[in-house]
Unconditional design. Sequence first.
Length: 67
Amino acid sequence: MKITVKFEDTGIEEEHDFDSDPRAGELVTLVRDGKGADYIVITEADPDHTHDNGSTGRPTKATVRPA
């Protein structure tokens, strides 16, 4: 699934593929400019489901910081 990721250190937003919903505190590896780097999810993607299709909807955004 595609999720828009906001990088806390730069403010840049990019779409990335995820196998499952990113959760706060989770370590994820994202490829940027052809290089993989580890990031920690600091904000879950719409955890209260107010901006998607209800409690079974998919998240749309998450915020990360360098690990």
